[in-house]
Design a protein around this ligand. Structure first.
Ligand code: FES
Length: 203
């Protein structure tokens, strides 16, 4: 082999090495650009599926102090959870006892419809604790907000309840709907728990 052949082979090898390194660089650069492009294309979808701070706040649990709520009263001002009014009522012993026996006029006295309350509220007072009731303040007919009636207007039991002025539906103080009114179901009971004797966490 002549000196010329050795020089040509060496320069060929150097050229191939440079070309291979350029190819490697181009592949890496193209992959990087592709990855950035993919992330860029996906970003709007990621943003779309990520709930905004406002949405998170709207769905967040609500903490309510009921220490000043006296038996027979409904908490005022009415608190909202997920943009919906929440009725919180305090009941005395006579009312609690009446809720167990004044059921003849009610459409679903035993809370058979499981959609309307968590399991812990499938009882005569439809609440975790008999003395405090927590209900969604939305009529199950067409969504008006019923009024809290302290006494007498719930004629059948005389124990008060909720009256919907839109089409005349009536509910007792456990949010149970009276038979023969437009509303088909009891008022909904939202998920909630007692953080202490006087503080409720709704949601
Ligand atoms: S919306 Fe309440 S009775 Fe119709």
């Amino acid at each position: 082999m002549s000196d010329g052949d050795v020089v040509r082979d060496a320069s060929q090898e150097a050229g191939e090495a440079a070309s291979s390194s350029r190819r490697y660089f181009l592949i890496q650069a193209t992959s990087a650009v592709g990855a950035v492009g993919a992330v860029g294309a996906a970003w709007p979808f990621v943003m779309y599926w990520t709930p905004s701070a406002k949405a998170r706040a709207l769905g967040a649990p609500v903490r309510v102090d009921v220490s000043k709520l006296a038996p027979g009263e409904m908490l005022s001002p009415i608190v909202a959870w997920r943009g919906k009014p929440i009725f919180i009522v305090a009941r005395d012993k006579a009312t609690i006892d009446a809720l167990k026996v004044d059921t003849a006029e009610l459409a679903d006295p035993d809370s058979v419809n499981p959609e309307q309350q968590p399991d812990f509220a499938a009882n005569a007072w439809r609440s975790e604790r008999p003395e405090i009731g927590v209900y969604l303040g939305i009529c199950t007919h067409l969504g008006c907000s019923p009024k809290h009636v302290v006494s007498n207007n719930f004629e059948d039991t005389g124990q008060g309840g909720f009256f919907c002025p839109c089409h005349g539906s009536k509910f007792d103080l456990a949010g149970r709907v009276v038979k023969g009114v437009p509303a088909p179901d009891n008022l909904e009971v939202p998920p909630y728990r007692f953080e202490s004797d006087s503080v409720i966490i709704i949601g």
